[in-house]
Design a protein around this ligand. Structure first.
Ligand code: IPM
Ligand code: MN
Length: 354
């Protein structure tokens, strides 16, 4: 029997509740599809930082590297200054474990409300491949004369040919293997960011020659925002840089029904990947058994697919889709018609055919 070592980081706010339901469903999927998951929980997050005075203990990243995958809840604590936990945990994992792809499916499930009038599940089903280790997130830049009237702040976008190419290659392959429309859209801003996206655009067309079966399409990021609302059905796979990918996937999450369902994978195809809901820690709902755990459950499904348990991954997605169509009333916290743990139970029961 195949066995996978999973590091679990429940994190802050509602993260632990969401992860608890995710793990519940993963265990059932493992039993049903005959593989085993060996979970180890790590306490990292805001409370750990406030108590210990350090974000991650020495060697934590090396420990995490030993796992087959990481299952994360949410990072972000109201008593910790913004940036400390995000940079110290989330971005550190993405960077040091070289999870250079952030994969974010935007898929409207039947029975889910989208704020876009007259659009149906058939219209909203695309995937964003976001570069996850470079761009404005690389931390390049600095201050000059900070706090004075003459201060200067510089924040640079780093785009390496190596980093851009490996992201584009992943996107071309992903698009080809997905086999839906065979259309890859580069999301950029070639009319203003004439250095960064010049590199992206040249690499896109040069690499694209290796994938004649994939149609190449380009749109500026602002236009993409417009079309994601107006004609989302025109998208199949979108590839973009770190910052634009961050922004357009929040819009993506909204058109697929909200943060209650949006999941993502931080992928290192050759190493340890991390799976998490797109939404934050929602501290307002913490401990109230109200938050929707489907984003975490779907992140678990993405993790299973990534580990090679494709059958289990699609059964899990079918379970969620069917329950959204039949039982779960809304994706909003408190309006689902069920509590957090009941939603987890519904999916778990469905998976074991109860
Ligand atoms: C996301 C989040 C993170 C990001 C933050 C929390 C650092 O918004 O995963 O989209 O900007 O990537
Ligand atoms: Mn974001």
């Amino acid at each position: 029997m195949k066995s996978y070592k999973i590091a679990v980081i429940p994190g802050d706010g509602s993260g632990p509740e969401m992860v608890r339901e995710g793990v519940k469903v993963l265990k059932v999927a493992a039993a049903r599809f005959a593989f085993s998951l060996d979970f180890t929980t790590f306490p990292f997050g805001g409370d750990y930082y406030l108590e210990k005075g350090e974000v991650l203990p020495y060697g934590a990243i090396e420990t995490l590297r030993q796992f087959d995958a990481i299952f994360l809840g949410a990072i972000g604590h109201p008593e910790v200054r913004p940036g400390i936990l995000e940079k110290g945990i989330l971005l550190r994992m993405r960077f040091e474990l070289d999870q250079y792809i952030n994969l974010r499916p935007v898929k409207l499930f039947p029975g889910i409300d989208t704020p876009i009038k007259d659009k149906e599940p058939a219209d909203i089903d695309f995937v964003v491949v976001r570069e996850n280790t470079e761009g404005l997130y690389a931390g390049s830049g600095g201050f000059l004369r900070r706090g004075t009237p003459h201060e200067v702040a510089v924040q640079e976008s780093i785009n390496t040919r190596f980093g851009v190419e490996r992201c584009l290659r992943y996107a071309f392959r992903y698009c080809r293997d997905r086999g839906k429309m065979n259309k890859l859209t580069l999301c950029g801003k070639t009319n203003v960011l004439t250095y960064a996206f010049d590199l992206w655009e040249r690499a896109f067309h040069e690499l694209g020659a290796e994938f004649p079966e994939v149609e190449r399409d380009y749109a500026h990021v602002d236009a993409i925002c417009m079309w994601m609302v107006k004609n989302p059905e025109q998208f199949d796979v979108i590839v973009t840089d770190n910052m634009f990918g961050d922004i357009i996937t929040d819009l993506g999450a909204m058109i697929q029904g909200g943060m209650g369902i949006a999941a993502s994978g931080n992928i290192n195809p050759e190493g340890t990947s991390m799976f998490e809901p797109i939404g934050g820690s929602a501290p307002r709902y913490a401990g109230r058994n109200m938050i929707n755990p489907l984003a975490s459950i779907c992140a678990g499904g993405m993790m299973l697919g990534h580990l090679g348990e494709k059958e289990a991954a699609s059964a899990l997605e079918r379970a969620v889709m069917d329950l959204c169509a039949t039982k779960i009333k809304s994706l909003a916290a408190g309006r689902m018609g069920y509590s957090t743990s009941e939603v987890g139970n519904l999916v778990a029961d469905y998976l074991c055919g109860r």
